[in-house]
Design a protein around this ligand. Structure first.
Ligand code: TTP
Ligand code: MG
Length: 394
């Protein structure tokens, strides 16, 4: 697959610390240093999205009912999630990653794999690797590819703190499985490198639940066969594991040896940025729809701005109460990511629909015809003031 041998790959896993809660603490100084739970109200049936490390001390965890979190930590501050804010940060960190490598696989809003092998590095990444002397080639002595990986992960973590005011943890290793384990080893605000020579020793004591792809069912089947950790797994033959677990058996056998050949799979480039909303009740009032459109345009612009992208084609979509869906588009002479321009164009497009004449159940706006090269013009690499304080105010 052209990704080189296992030894030659340098994979970085980045994971933001207490992500939603950290954004809330950043944006509201009153929350700093306090146990913060992001989720539904404490007396609701909702679950905890995440919580600050101060709340984790009390045993509060993601996916726990909020009522339970409240019992464990009554002094916690409960806040509702603000997904738009998290998405802006998410796009910003992806843009940071893209300064270093062209091979990025986002796993969620706050987490991504990066392939930092030489063939994928951008000039900034190549310069860092060269500066720490880890390049293979005419050098004498054994080259250490992880040294370059560490330098890149370190620099990315610095960029993230400086530009978003948030911390991330990073893991560096020869493959995805190990890099993800590594990023978790020194959380929060940590950087861990798993050297190839350490792998077997490290995996020997690792509980089988921590191996990639081992869920509850596989774990209990492994344990019922007396396989509880990496050493137990490594002691079984490939044939035996295949007999028990089929194809998964091959992966388990390989992982026990520190092998995981899954490539980092980059996302396809986005074709558009859009937001739409379905109403709880159908809306006929044109003013009301215009107001909604204005906030949607603002969210779309914020997302584009965070990604440093502009686009030329504005599209408005409406769905009437009888489920008929109509779109209207207009292409501008120049790309834009400006909320006011997007909103202004959307209003003209809305006027060419049934909005205001019959009840609508959905309205949406999107921008396509994206120009990713506008990136540096729209948002230089070192934005001042920091974007979390600049948030959209002209
Ligand atoms: P995680 O990276 O799993 O958690 P985290 O960033 O809050 O904390 P950690 O320092 O341990 O990495 O998830 C990222 C975000 O995804 C998290 O902030 C909130 C959201 N999330 C949910 O909404 N529900 C969930 O069950 C989990 C696990 C996460
Ligand atoms: Mg996280």
């Amino acid at each position: 697959m052209g990704q080189g041998s296992e030894e030659s790959r340098v994979i970085i896993h980045i994971d933001m610390d207490a992500f939603f809660a950290a954004v809330e603490q950043r944006d509201d100084p009153a929350l700093r240093g306090r146990p913060v739970v992001v989720g539904g109200p404490p007396d609701s049936r909702g679950v905890v999205c995440t919580c600050s490390y101060e709340a984790r001390v009390f045993g509060v965890r993601s996916a726990m009912p909020c009522s339970q979190a409240w019992r464990l930590c009554p002094q916690a501050v409960f806040v509702r999630p603000r997904f738009a804010a998290y998405e802006i940060v998410s796009r910003h960190i992806r843009r940071i990653f893209s300064r270093y490598t062209d091979c990025i696989e986002p796993l969620s809003l706050d987490e991504a794999y990066l392939d930092a092998s030489p063939g994928h590095l951008m000039p900034v990444g190549r310069a860092l690797v060269a500066a720490c002397g880890s390049r293979t080639g005419a050098e004498t002595g054994a080259p250490d590819p992880m040294k370059g990986g560490r330098a890149i992960a370190h620099s990315i973590r610095q960029d993230i703190v400086r530009e978003t005011g948030l911390t991330a943890s990073a893991g560096v290793a020869a493959n995805k499985f190990l890099a993800k384990l590594a990023s978790d080893m020194d959380k929060p605000d940590g950087l861990t490198v798993i050297q190839p020579a350490m792998v077997r020793e490290f995996l020997a004591t690792l509980p089988i639940e921590r191996f990639w792809g081992v869920g509850k069912v596989t774990a209990s089947r492994l344990r019922s066969k007396g396989i509880c950790d990496g050493a137990g797994l490594a002691a079984r033959s490939r044939d035996e594991l295949v007999r028990f677990f089929g194809k998964t058996g091959i992966l388990l056998w390989e992982m026990a040896r520190g092998v995981d050949e899954r490539p980092v799979e980059p996302e396809r480039e986005r074709k558009s940025y859009g937001r739409e909303t379905t109403f709880q009740r159908d809306i006929e009032s044109l003013e009301e729809i215009q107001d909604i459109l204005e906030s949607l345009a603002g969210e779309v612009a914020a997302g584009m701005d965070a990604s440093g992208v502009a686009g030329t084609t504005i599209t408005v979509k409406v769905r009437t109460a009888d489920f008929a869906t109509v779109t209207r588009s207009h292409t501008l002479p120049r790309p834009t990511a400006d909320a006011r321009v997007i909103f202004h164009e959307s209003l003209a497009l809305l006027a060419r629909t049934r909005a205001g004449h019959e009840p609508l159940r959905l309205v949406g706006v999107s921008v396509s015809g994206l120009d990713h090269r506008e990136q540096d013009v729209l948002q230089p690499d070192l934005p001042f003031p920091p974007p979390w304080r600049a948030s959209g105010q002209g």
